[in-house]
Design a protein around this ligand. Structure first.
Ligand code: G3H
Ligand code: 13P
Ligand code: ZN
Length: 333
């Protein structure tokens, strides 16, 4: 049993309270490898932004949970080396799917876990979430839960259709589970294909797909029911079209990839939404940068020569999100 406090990580409670009161959101970036982690920490350190490092089931299968946890410990020291005196870094389990997985993360030093029982019937979601909360709170680890179902298909997260969170359920759910934050469904979804072309309109000038707006009415209803309660948005990549175009121009095939417009994420950040999950945008930044090197320098075979530019591109993306979209810069001086 290792406490996250011993390794310099923090949980989300105070961070979220400040974000809700201050009208900004904390970035939650997924990481699977060293370059992503370096880019996240460099971006957070340079902007003095609190940051949540997220580990998904896919990441644990790919890189190993123990290794990722020790990388996060290293990240705290790395942040200090970069001149960030008091780093505010959370190590969070993304989409935990069982009590055992959540427990193993709590026991090995994660400071926050998500139990995603949103696909279960309501009462079963409550029972499993409460079991995780009761365990995690003994160690001061914070717990994110989910109510409502997101559409979209990602390696480990799939739902054929979305069901918006029902505002009439949130008070009962939050009070009976004791969760610290709640992920809701208001029209976001995972991956780079958040909407089908049929769900979108087309901008007559650019020919680009324009996605349907998020259900801000549902968000506001939820805020009214649970004033000040921390709300989380998953599936919040904006799928920058510059990356999609570049990837496609350099031999990739991402037809009609579309995300959540940043303007809407900016608006959500000013509300009780205090954690915004971004993974796909980082994958796109990395892929575009690597394709660029392979196209421009076909003789290159040193991985550092393409993973280095990929790291720089991801860092640029993370800083942009922090400063121009979520507004969390300078909140962890
Ligand atoms: O919520 C989903 C994340 O983007 C993680 O996806 O399981 O492919 O790592 P992954
Ligand atoms: P994106 O696929 O939109 O980046 O969402 C990531 C996410 O919600 C991780 O939990
Ligand atoms: Zn998610």
């Amino acid at each position: 049993m290792v406490s996250y406090k011993e390794i310099g990580l923090v949980h989300t409670r105070e961070m979220f309270a400040k974000a809700v009161a201050g009208g900004y959101a904390i970035p939650a970036f997924n990481f699977n490898n060293m370059e992503q982690l370096q880019a996240i920490i460099q971006a957070a350190a340079e902007t003095k932004s609190p940051v949540i490092l997220q580990v998904s089931k896919g990441a644990r299968n790919y890189a190993n949970q123990t290794l990722l946890r020790y990388m996060a410990e290293g990240a705290v020291e790395y942040a200090k080396e970069l001149g960030w005196e008091h780093p505010q870094i959370v190590l969070h389990l993304d989409h935990g799917d069982s009590f055992e997985t959540c427990k193993s993360c709590v026991d090995m030093g994660f400071s926050s876990v998500m139990i995603d029982a949103s696909a279960l019937p309501y009462e079963e979601n409550i029972a499993l979430t409460k079991k995780v909360v009761d365990y995690a709170h003994q160690f001061d680890v914070t717990v994110e839960a989910e109510l409502g179902v997101l559409a979209g298909v990602e390696d480990e997260v799939s739902a054929a259709e979305s069901h918006y969170t029902k505002p009439e359920e949130v008070i009962d759910f939050a009070s009976r589970t004791g969760c610290d934050s709640l992920a809701i469904s208001i029209g976001t979804s995972h991956g780079a294909y958040k909407f089908t072309p049929e769900q979108c309109t087309r901008d007559p000038k650019t020919g680009r797909l324009v996605p349907p707006p998020l259900a801000f009415d549902v968000l506001h209803e939820i805020e009214k029911k649970l004033p000040g309660f921390p709300i989380v948005l998953h599936g919040s990549s904006s799928v920058p079209q510059e990356y999609v175009d570049e990837i496609n121009a350099l031999g990739g095939k991402l037809p009609d990839a579309v995300g959540i417009p940043e303007e809407q994420l900016r608006e959500a950040s000013k509300s009780a939404v205090c954690k915004i999950n971004i993974d796909s945008d980082s994958r796109l930044a990395m892929t575009a940068a690597i394709r660029r090197v392979f196209h421009d320098k076909p003789g290159e075979f040193d991985p550092r020569k393409y993973l280095g530019p990929a790291r720089d591109e991801m860092k640029k993306l993370y800083k942009h999100k922090i400063v121009n979209v979520l507004g969390s810069d300078g909140k962890a001086e």
